[in-house]
Design a protein around this ligand. Structure first.
Ligand SMILES: [Fe+2]
Ligand SMILES: [Fe+2]
Length: 212
């Protein structure tokens, strides 16, 4: 198993390249904009560390990056995932960034499925991309703490259900406190690591209280 620090380091890019700049979002939103996507990426790194699914990380990173860039409003909307995927074809600089971050051509069918499905529903039985779809949906779902309607029973991984307290703390201690901007993730990450030490996940604490 890799630590969350090792999982983060598996994407060989500086923090200012890990999430979209605010101007890439069609809808400049505080609910679904850069700060939300940065928190979803924190949850993604931690979920991959907890589940051991390290080989999914480049695909999950690209999926998190894209998933909300084509929203037109903050309301219920099933189509913005598919729209985000289609937008990628018009963003050669993002495609180049993904390549530098370790995303390969054969990762794109899974990324397409995850980004499209995140706003549509659950993967069908036998969906070959179910693993990535579920990781994105749980990382995104953990940040529903900002909306006050997260029901942890709906999270798809037991590891994610243990991260709700951290998600609340990450949102409460950073949203509207750290200004968004090109280096937002680079500023959020040390805060996230500080909070993770304060709010350990149940799966990272042994019976005697020491950390794994
Ligand atoms: Fe979304
Ligand atoms: Fe989202």
């Amino acid at each position: 198993m890799k630590s969350v620090i090792e999982v983060r380091a598996s994407i060989p890019l500086a923090g200012d390249e890990l999430v979209p700049p605010p101007e890439l979002f069609w809808h400049p939103s505080t609910l679904h904009g850069q700060a939300h996507v940065a928190r979803v990426l924190v949850h993604g790194f931690r979920l991959v560390a907890a589940t051991g699914l390290i080989e999914e990380m480049p695909r999950l990173w690209a999926s998190v990056y894209l998933h909300d860039i084509a929203r037109r409003h903050d309301g219920h909307c099933t189509g913005h995932g598919g729209d985000a995927w289609e937008r990628l074809a018009t963003l050669p600089e993002v495609q180049a960034r993904f390549e530098r971050g370790g995303v390969h051509a054969d990762d794109y069918p899974a990324i397409r499925a995850a980004v499209t499905m995140h706003s549509l529903g659950e993967p069908k039985a036998g969906d070959p991309h179910a693993r990535l779809i579920k990781l994105l949906k749980d990382a995104d779902g953990l940040d529903r703490v900002r909306l006050g309607d997260l029901d942890s029973d709906y999270l798809r991984h037991a590891e994610a259900r243990g991260m709700v307290r951290f998600a609340q703390r990450l949102y409460g201690d950073t949203d509207h406190k750290l200004p968004t901007g090109p280096d937002y993730f680079a500023r959020l990450w040390p805060e996230a690591m500080r909070l993770a030490a304060l709010v350990p996940d149940p799966s990272s604490v042994r019976a005697d209280g020491s950390r794994t």
